[in-house]
Every structure is written in C-alpha cells, then in structure tokens.
Design a binder for this molecule. Sequence first.
Ligand SMILES: C[S@@+](CC[C@H](N)C(=O)[O-])C[C@H]1O[C@@H](n2cnc3c(N)ncnc32)[C@H](O)[C@@H]1O
Length: 273
Amino acid sequence: MDGATEDWLAANRRKWDDRVGIHAASRFYDVDGWLRTRPGPRPREVDALGDVRGLDLVHLQCHFGLDTLAWADAGARVTGLDFSSEAVRVAEELAQQAGLDDRVRFVCSDVHAATEALGHVTFDIVYVSLGALCWLPSVERWADQAAALVRPGGRLYLHDVHPLAWALSNESTELEHSYFEEVDPFVDDSDVTYADADRPLRHTRSYEWNHSIGEVVTALIHRGLRIDVLEEHDWTVHQAFPWLIESEPGRWSAPPGHPRLPLTFTVVATQVG
Ligand SMILES: C[S@@+](CC[C@H](N)C(=O)[O-])C[C@H]1O[C@@H](n2cnc3c(N)ncnc32)[C@H](O)[C@@H]1O
C-alpha cells in the first residue's frame, strides 16, 4: 500500500474511533434495546443463510459488534474484525454484557490484512453488513482477503450501499460522484455522523471510494466465488437522503411518484474455487 493510501486509511480510522462512543450511545443503534430484546440476525439474513448453528462466521468491518453478536445468538461461532481499537473495545464490553464473551472473538486489524490477523483460518460464512466497501480504495484488494477467508463450500454474504446511491449528491438526486472505482478518494469533511447529527466529531476528515456492481461481482468471481444472489433493493435503513421517506419501520425509500432507485444491494456467493 502506498504512503498516500496509508494516510487516508489512518484518517478514516481516527474518524471511526471518534464515532464509536457516539454510535454506542445513539438512538440509531439503541444498544440498551438490543440488550433487552436480543433480536438476533435480521429475518432476511436468516432467510439467505439458513441455520448457522455450529458454523464458523467472520464479520468483516464489524464496528462495535451488534450484528456480530446477533449471529452468536443464532448459534454461530463468531469472530468480528475491525481496524478501530475503540470499536473492538466496545464490542468486547458488549459481548461480556450479553454473556457471549466465551463464544465470540474480536480482532483489531485493517481488513486488508485480515487473513494474516486471523491466522489464515477459513470460515463457513464471511459476513459484511451495510457501510463497508466505501471505506476501501480497491475492491480487488478487499476481494483478495474476503474470498480467501471463505472455506470451500462456504458463503460470502454482503449487504451494502448501492454504488448508484453512493454516486448521488447528498442534497438531490443528481449524480455528484463517479459510479465506478477511482484511484482518488472522495474527501468528506462533515463533522457529524449518520447515527447522531447532534454530537460533533473531533476528527472530521475521511476518505471514501465507490465500487460499481460489476467491479464487486467480477472481483468475487475471479477469486472462485459463484454468485448465487445479486439483489438490488429500493430501500436503505436510514434517511440517507432528505427526500427519502420511511416506507415501513426501519426502511427508507423514494416517495410514491418518484422514480425507484437502488439504494442498497445484497450479494450471496459460494466458494467453489
Ligand atoms: C458503517 S460501519 C459498519 C457498520 C455495521 N454494518 C453496523 O451497522 O454496525 C463501517 C466499519 O468499517 C470499519 N472500517 C473502515 N475501514 C476499515 C478498514 N480498512 N479495515 C477494517 N475496518 C474498517 C470502521 O471502523 C467501521 O466500524
């Protein structure tokens, strides 16, 4: 990795470290509610991945681990990986509060070094949830790691922001960014975070990259993965744009009469290589 990319990722890590405390205290993540209700994985994820009892699952870019712990509640042997030491610290605390600390492991590492950080073991499921790929400069380098972690017959599950939505301006439905991956990042200087707009961040600069659907899927196919599902969704999980409406609890879409747009997408792929 060149020096500029290392600097960009270091800035992202500082901003993510800042976000963790704000997110863990936010209504958006509702940690107390989660601990009280222990909802488990989302029904659509269970539909896609089935019974995970006894399976080895790794959650890449796991943030402070709520989605990771949900899979432990469903019976998987779970590892979460994130490059934010703050995120890993809070995830470990939450695992303890949830009584899951003997069944989950959190590892602090850049995802670009995931295979080494995880001791070159492989998993039945490599799970990646919303808001992951935009932080990574090269989908090929991400796919090197993600595909190598899936054992033969194992699956990769990815739900992320759709690159068309990522390319739109925050304020309107006009295109502001390239739909395709570019070398130079988009520089974001916003001082607030999606989970709580009232608490300012100390480290405000971050760097992001878009990756087209074709680039993501082709990178996986070239590493021996068979694409079983590629679904584009007309919804996301928060008001990512001011013109979105909450079409059902927890789902935000374009309002009636507005052209439908893909806002997130899901890939399920099996390692056959
Ligand atoms: C939007 S969050 C993921 C949120 C998660 N889906 C959730 O809802 O909890 C993105 C995560 O990616 C992590 N991240 C960003 N770049 C990374 C990198 N290069 N290596 C490892 N983790 C990274 C951040 O620390 C952050 O926790």
